[in-house]
Write a protein that binds this ligand. Structure first.
Ligand code: UDP
Length: 493
C-alpha cells in the first residue's frame, strides 16, 4: 500500500494480562488491515522473558516490539498499594522513557493506541505529537459503559455502593448489581477508588474507544453506547467493537515437540477434561485452594489445574517476577496430603503457568473453571468451551454475571468466591453439571453459537471487521485534517 500504509504505536502497561491483548491487537491490525505496528511494552522482568520467547517463536511477526523497562517504583508504593494504583504509578514513571522510545522511531506513528492503564499517556504524549489517540479496552462493552458512566454515580450517590439494595442503572444497558462491581468501587475510602473513577473519565476523552467485544454478543449495550442520548452525554467517545480478538496457538505442536500436557490430553476422551486456571495473576487463599482440590477430587472428573502458592491477603499479583514464568521451585505442598497421588490417573497439575491457548484448543477439553478475565473468556468461547465462572477481582464479577445471566455459557457458585469460601460439595456439583449433565449440554450448544457469531463478526463484511475499517478511515481523515491545518498554519507564519 506504499506511503499510505498507516503506522500505529500501541502502548501496553506491565502484566501479561495487559501485554497479551495489545500484542493480539497489533497482530490483527498488521495481518488483516495492513497496518505497520510498533508495540511499546512497559515491562518488568516477567514480560521481558515473554517478549524474548514471543519474538523467537514468531520470527515472522509483522509487528515490532520495543520493550520500555519499568522504573523501580518501590519508593512510591508500599505493600498496601493496590494493583491499579501500582500500575498507574508504574506507567506514569515510565512516561519519559516512552517519550524517548517514540522519538527514536524511524517513522513517526500516525496514531497512538493505549491500553486501559496507560490512559494518562493521552495528554502527555499524543498531544505533544499532535496525533490521533485511541484507547483499547480489552473487555466487555458493559464494563466499559460502567467505567465511563461511573462519574455520574460518583456525583449523585451518597454513601457506600455496597449498602444499596437496588441495582444501578446505566442508561440503555442491563443494570449492574453493586455487589458485582470491582471491590475497589465498593470502598470509597480506598485511594484506588479515585484512580478508577479518573480512569473512567479519561476513557471518554479519546478520539475513539476500541472494545474487544462484538455487536452480536452485546447488542443492547453497544447500541446504547452509540445511540442512547443520556449515555452519550457522558460517554462522548466514538465506540469501535472490534473483537473477539484472542491469541492463537504459538507452539509447534506436532511430533517430538508436542508438550507433555498435549500428550496427556491426547489420551483423554473428547470434551471430558476441566481446565482450571485463574489468569496471569489470580491467587486463592489456602483454605480455598484446599477446598478446590477436594472438590475436583470428589467430582471424579478429569482436570488440568494451574496451581499457585496460596495467598491469604490478595487475590492477585500481576507484577511479581515469579508469576508468568512457570518457575515456582517449591513442590505444591499446600495441596491436601495425598491429593497428587490420589488424582494421578485423572488429573494433571501444573505449577504457576501453562500454555492456556494450546490447552483450550484441544478437543479433549470440555470445560474451563476460570476467573473470567476477558482474555481467558474469549479463549474459552472461541474454542467452544463452556465455563464455571469463578471471578476474583476487577471487572470479573460483571463478566461472570453476563456470561451466566445474559449469554448463558457459564454456571457459577451460589455465593461469590470473593465473599465466601466455595465448598467442595458445590465445586463437585458444578464440575459434574458442566461435564456430565444435561444442563451442561444446553450451555455447550449456546457456546457453539457464540463462537460462530464471533467468527462472522471478524470475517470480511462482519460487524467487527467493518468497525475496524471505520476506525482506520477515521485515522486517515484526522491525519489529513491535521496535515492541512499545519500546512495552512505554516503558510500564515
Ligand atoms: N495465561 C496463560 N497461562 C496461564 C495463565 C494465563 O497462557 O497459566 C494467559 C491466558 O491465556 C490469557 C492471559 O494469560 O491470555 C490472562 O488474561 P485474562 O484477561 O484472562 O486475565 P488476567 O491475567 O488479566 O487476570
Amino acid at each position: 500500500m506504499g506511503s499510505s500504509q498507516l503506522h500505529v504505536a500501541l502502548l501496553a502497561s506491565p502484566g501479561m494480562g495487559h501485554l497479551i491483548p495489545v500484542l493480539v491487537l497489533g497482530d490483527h491490525l498488521a495481518t488483516h488491515h495492513n497496518v505497520k505496528v510498533t508495540v511499546l511494552a512497559i515491562t518488568t522482568s516477567a514480560e521481558t522473558q515473554f517478549i524474548k520467547s514471543h519474538q523467537k517463536s514468531n520470527s515472522n511477526s509483522p509487528i515490532d516490539i520495543v520493550p520500555v523497562p519499568a522504573v523501580n517504583v518501590s519508593g512510591l508504593i508500599d505493600e498496601k498499594t493496590k494493583v491499579v494504583t501500582q500500575l498507574r504509578i508504574t506507567v506514569r514513571e515510565a512516561l519519559p522513557s516512552v517519550r524517548s522510545s517514540v522519538a527514536a522511531m524511524d517513522r513517526r506513528p500516525d496514531a497512538l493506541f493505549v491500553d486501559l492503564f496507560c490512559t494518562q499517556a493521552l495528554s502527555i504524549i499524543a498531544e505533544e505529537l499532535g496525533i490521533p489517540r485511541y484507547a483499547y479496552y480489552p473487555s466487555t462493552a458493559w464494563t466499559a459503559a460502567l467505567f465511563m458512566y461511573f462519574q455520574v454515580f460518583d456525583k449523585i450517590i451518597e454513601g457506600e455502593f455496597v449498602d444499596r439494595l437496588e441495582p444501578l442503572r446505566i442508561p440503555g444497558c442491563v443494570p449492574v448489581q453493586p455487589e458485582d462491581f470491582s471491590d475497589t468501587l465498593l470502598d470509597r475510602t480506598d485511594p484506588e477508588y479515585r484512580e478508577i473513577v479518573n480512569l473512567g473519565i479519561e476513557l471518554t476523552q479519546f478520539d475513539g474507544l476500541l472494545i474487544n467485544t462484538w455487536e452480536e454478543l452485546e447488542p443492547n449495550t453497544v447500541k446504547a453506547l452509540r445511540e442512547n442520548e443520556e449515555l452519550r452525554g457522558i460517554v462522548k467517545v466514538p465506540i469501535y467493537p472490534i473483537g473477539p480478538l484472542k491469541r492463537s496457538v504459538e507452539s509447534k505442536n506436532e511430533g517430538e515437540g508436542r508438550s507433555e500436557i498435549l500428550k496427556w490430553l491426547d489420551k483423554q476422551p473428547v470434551e471430558s477434561v476441566l481446565y482450571v486456571s485463574f489468569g496471569s495473576g489470580g491467587l486463592l487463599t489456602a483454605e480455598q485452594t484446599a477446598e478446590l482440590a477436594w472438590g475436583l477430587e470428589k467430582s471424579q472428573q478429569r482436570f488440568i489445574w494451574v496451581v499457585r502458592h496460596p495467598c491469604d491477603y490478595a487475590p492477585v499479583n500481576y507484577l511479581s517476577s515469579k508469576l508468568d514464568t512457570g518457575n515456582d521451585a517449591d513442590d505444591p505442598d499446600y495441596l491436601p496430603e495425598g491429593f497428587l497421588s490420589r488424582t494421578r490417573d485423572v488429573g494433571f497439575v501444573v505449577q504457576m503457568w501453562a500454555n492456556q491457548v494450546e490447552i483450550l484448543t484441544h478437543p479433549s477439553v470440555g470445560g474451563f473453571l476460570s476467573h473470567c478475565g476477558w482474555n481467558s473468556t474469549l479463549e474459552s468461547l472461541t474454542n467452544k468451551v463452556p465455563m464455571v465462572a469463578w471471578p476474583l477481582f476487577a471487572e470479573q464479577k460483571m463478566n461472570a454475571a453476563m456470561l451466566t445471566n445474559e449469554v448463558g455459557v457459564a454456571i457459577r457458585p451460589a455465593v461469590a468466591p470473593t465473599v465466601k469460601v466455595v465448598r467442595r460439595e458445590e465445586i463437585e456439583r458444578m464440575v459434574r453439571t458442566l461435564l456430565q449433565h444435561n444442563e451442561g449440554k444446553g450451555i455447550r450448544e449456546r457456546v457453539k453459537k457464540v463462537k460462530a457469531s464471533g467468527d462472522i463478526a471478524l470475517s470480511k463484511g462482519g460487524s467487527s471487521y467493518n468497525s475496524m475499517c471505520e476506525l482506520l478511515k477515521d485515522i486517515h481523515i484526522r491525519m489529513h485534517t491535521w496535515k492541512s491545518q499545519s500546512i495552512s498554519l505554516s503558510q500564515i507564519n
